[in-house]
Design a protein around this ligand. Structure first.
Ligand code: SF4
Length: 370
């Protein structure tokens, strides 16, 4: 999962009643990709799956996204590498003409040429997100397992700048990338960046073979990011580390946490007024459709709750029991269930699922006492 927001996006009106409408709908248009990244959630493959949604089915899916009503969700086309689909321009054009704001996450390969990005922008693409997992070619290419990926990623970034496409950079935090994070911050700061999305590893797909950082290290990274956010001109967000909101809220405790008088003794089922960004979490403001149409709470929580070929996306998102439960902070268990910040955070449901098979268990990457 990568969230795509930017100052321009924030200026738009986006859904806030997540029981009815997600903030983000992410569609994995294909699983095919020329890279073989060590952390790949999708276990991407070097060919297209014949079961992928067709162009006609893509239009039906877009109609289903539009059926959520207004304000409309952001619509993100991801992969694999979405550039493998020859009908990508048709898909973007149809989605844009239907009133959706469309973002794209191309892989760092030769397929994302300036010409093709320009054509996509022409058909309605409004933003782009690329992954950068090292501050130099050696570390990034080793992570992506393809020599030259760093150079291609730089070309995509340059093209985005030339075209005026708002740019997001996604960076993975794992034991392997932890030592390079400070240099990464300097590197991304040199780009015309709207948002740095820092993704905290979920050990699923090929990512299951990567080493996780500890909860204490995670806490230190989140504190560092909170400090950094006050100094840099671009936005910073975390993916699969919702406890960033807890870290920010703790710093802002005097003004943000008022309903419990600062005691933390909040009765279960009551909610705190928040000044912080509205919480988006797996299945809660977020829904993922995979390459064959399966509907999941997240790409990192591969527990299909229906398929867009047979069900309405709106119905699954709003009414499926797992989706409903994922939006209920009182359904959380362990430390997350006891935590005073469960409304604004709730922990990564994907990481809980990857670690225990139970999406409602505590997030093992958070050391907060609850
Ligand atoms: S214990 Fe769970 S809900 Fe509380 S801050 Fe940590 S991850 Fe979030």
């Amino acid at each position: 999962m990568e969230l795509l927001t930017s100052p321009a996006a924030e200026a738009r009106s986006f859904p806030t009643d997540f029981a009815r409408t997600p903030f983000l709908v992410i569609w994995e248009v294909t699983r095919a990709c020329a890279l073989a990244c060590v952390h790949c959630r999708a276990d991407a493959i070097a060919r297209r799956d014949p079961r992928e949604l067709t162009t006609a089915e893509a239009r039906t899916l877009i109609d289903q996204v539009v059926a959520f009503g207004t304000p409309r969700p952001l619509f993100v086309l991801t992969g694999g590498d979405p550039m493998w689909r020859k009908d990508l321009e048709d898909i973007v054009r149809y989605a844009s003409a239907s009133g959706l704001s469309v973002a794209l996450t191309p892989s760092g390969t030769a397929a994302a040429t300036r010409k093709r990005l320009a054509a996509l922008q022409e058909t309605g693409l409004t933003r782009i997100a690329v992954s950068l997992d090292g501050p130099d070619p050696e570390t990034h290419d080793a992570f992506r397992r393809v020599r030259g990926s760093y150079a291609w990623t730089m070309k995509i970034i340059e093209s985005a700048g030339d075209l005026g496409l708002p740019l997001q950079i996604n960076t993975t935090v794992s034991r392997r990338t932890l030592p390079t994070l400070e240099r990464m911050a300097e590197r991304v700061g040199a780009f015309p960046l709207a948002l740095w999305a820092v993704f905290f590893l979920v050990q699923t797909g090929r990512g299951a073979s990567l080493d996780q950082i500890t909860a204490d290290e995670c806490e230190a990274v989140l504190a560092w990011l909170a400090d950094l956010a006050g100094r840099v001109p671009f936005g910073i967000k975390t993916t699969e580390a919702p406890h960033f909101r807890r870290v920010v809220a703790e710093r802002d405790a005097a003004s943000a946490w008022t309903s419990d008088g600062g005691t933390g003794q909040r009765p279960r089922g009551t909610r705190l007024p928040l000044r912080a960004t509205r919480a988006v979490n797996d299945g809660n403001g977020f829904v993922f459709v995979d390459h064959v149409g399966d509907i999941c709470p997240s790409g990192f929580l591969p527990a299909p709750r229906g398929n867009v070929r047979e069900c309405r996306l709106v119905d699954i998102y709003r009414d499926d029991p797992m989706f409903r439960r994922l939006r209920d902070p009182d359904a959380l268990e362990g430390r997350c269930g006891r935590c005073r910040y469960r409304d604004v955070c709730g922990g990564s449901r994907s990481r809980a699922y990857a670690a225990t098979g139970n999406p409602f268990a505590e997030d093992p990457l958070c050391g907060y006492g609850g």
